[in-house]
Design a protein around this ligand. Structure first.
Ligand SMILES: C[S@@+](CC[C@H](N)C(=O)[O-])C[C@H]1O[C@@H](n2cnc3c(N)ncnc32)[C@H](O)[C@@H]1O
Ligand code: SF4
Ligand code: SF4
Length: 438
């Protein structure tokens, strides 16, 4: 849960887009909040101890308020850096995002649901120098802490990926004296072989993709090239990652009829493997998924929900596995909000920026241009495309959709799902052809 700060005429808004939290603070309040985040992170002590130890720095009222309101404490940025630069902050978003970087667009698997429409690098790939000068250094200078490296498959270009990790780590340490928070998304390929080098370079989190708990079905579904056993690569990768104490997760993309019935066993496998987290992701109808007509209906969603519940119930009480499935039961009238415009910044292999990984259609490029012409922060803070998603004081859900019992399955909180299904970014008016009638 990441906090975001926005400012209008010296009034600051702290926002938690995923869970709908919004808090208004004045200048003194925001300074105290940022100090609190800094202290909390560094001390990892209980809130009671924080009260005792820091009530001279942060007012008792503010500490009580933050605890009572359960204000978010995870950030994509170093709070101290935001605090140092707060006098120069301009209206709008004032914190850097989590940078999600496609290190390549090459992949040795062929998942039929991949949101990337084609695995061919049709344009020039960013050079390491461009990545360093236009993305890493300027974002680190703005206080960015969180980075996710994705692809294609990052491990297909291992040396390049490793160089990027090293640059992020180096600049973050030099500038802020702290470790960056670096994640890798991987199909699992050769991860056990590369895990140690990634870890030493500064990667601390890995998310593997695995589509089925059954070896044969998994290989059939993700279709790896050249006889690769995609199941084994993930299992070996997880074991190695655990040994090295990565934060380890699996993402299971669920597509109609294919792997819904495997959810229960996937939960047991994840628990057995001692994963930190299992994500169950209903497929987004983007890229190849759209091209291949892969799209879930009400019956599929209901099975996903029920199978996940049944799987959870099979876990022992002392299981530490966290299972993440998007909420299907949303309260009425809750607007669609997610990382879009607030948390995530997606840069493709050419340096073109898109609002999120599921919104990489050509017409959705973030102005003003590519990373070759503008630095990452210039685009993040100045993009009209991103600013249109920051209209957080207005709703984007009309009465009919707001009260619809299928809203969680149809689009949920995800603006990309809405765009891919209906070609628009809001549901102020109910679409003529609608999910509940298909
Ligand atoms: C495009 S992949 C790139 C990294 C790596 N090759 C992998 O498979 O993890 C990044 C993540 O997006 C997920 N993904 C791909 N297509 C998707 C879709 N249509 N809907 C939801 N998730 C998708 C994958 O499961 C994977 O976890
Ligand atoms: S989801 Fe990952 S592994 Fe599958 S085709 Fe896309 S990039 Fe490759
Ligand atoms: S588009 Fe249809 S299914 Fe989706 S939220 Fe609106 S009324 Fe419900």
């Amino acid at each position: 849960m990441t906090a975001i700060l926005l400012k209008k005429d010296q009034v600051f808004h702290v926002m938690d887009p995923y869970y709908g939290g919004l808090w208004e603070l004045d200048r003194v309040g925001i300074e105290q909040y940022l100090k609190f985040l800094e202290i909390y992170k560094n001390d990892e002590v209980s809130t009671e101890k924080i009260k005792k130890k820091y009530s001279k720095i942060i007012s008792q009222e503010m500490i009580d308020f933050m605890i009572k309101e359960k204000m978010p404490i995870d950030t994509t940025y170093f709070p101290r850096v935001i605090l140092e630069n707060i006098n120069e902050a301009e209206d709008g978003i004032i914190v850097p995002p989590e940078i999600i970087l496609e290190v390549n667009r090459k992949c040795n698997y062929r998942c039929p649901w991949c949101y990337i429409p084609t695995m061919e690098e049709q344009d020039e790939t960013l050079t390491l120098k461009e990545i360093e000068e236009q993305i890493i250094i300027p974002f680190v200078n703005k206080g960015a802490k969180c980075w996710t490296l994705t692809g294609g498959e990052p491990s297909v270009t291992f040396e390049r990926t490793l160089s990027i990790v090293k640059m992020i780590s180096k600049y973050t340490k030099e500038k802020h004296g702290e470790e960056a928070d670096i994640s890798i998304l991987s199909n699992g390929y050769k991860f056990s072989e590369y895990a140690e080098k990634y870890f030493e370079a500064g990667v601390s989190k890995v998310q593997f993709q695995l589509s089925s708990p059954y070896e044969e079905e998994e290989i059939k579904l993700r279709n790896p090239k050249g006889g690769i056993n995609s199941f084994e690569h993930v299992i070996e990768g997880v074991k190695k990652a655990n040994e090295l104490r990565y934060f380890t997760s699996i993402n299971m993309v669920v597509s109609p009829d294919k792997n819904i019935k495997g959810i229960k066993d996937m939960i047991l496998l994840a628990d057995n493997l001692k994963l930190d987290m299992l994500r169950i992701t209903p497929v987004v109808m983007a890229g190849m998924a759209k091209e291949n007509g892969i799209c879930l209906d009400i019956e599929n969603y209901t099975k996903i929900k029920n199978n996940t519940k049944a799987g959870r119930e099979l876990l022992k009480e002392d299981s530490t596995l966290e299972i993440y499935l998007p909420h299907f039961d949303l309260e009425n009238d809750r607007p669609m909000r997610c990382g879009l415009g607030f948390i995530d910044f997606y840069i493709d292999y050419r340096g073109i920026v898109f609002p999120c990984n599921n919104l990489i259609d050509d017409e959705l490029k973030c102005d003003p241009g590519t990373i070759k012409e503008f630095t990452g922060p210039e685009i993040w803070f100045g993009s009209k495309m991103l600013n249109r998603f920051r209209d957080y004081l207005n709703t984007n859900i009309g009465e009919e959709c707001g009260a619809c019992e299928y809203r969680g399955m149809c689009v949920g909180n995800c603006i990309a799902r809405c765009w891919q299904r209906y070609g628009k970014f809001d549901l102020l008016e109910m679409p003529k052809e609608c999910f509940r009638t298909i």
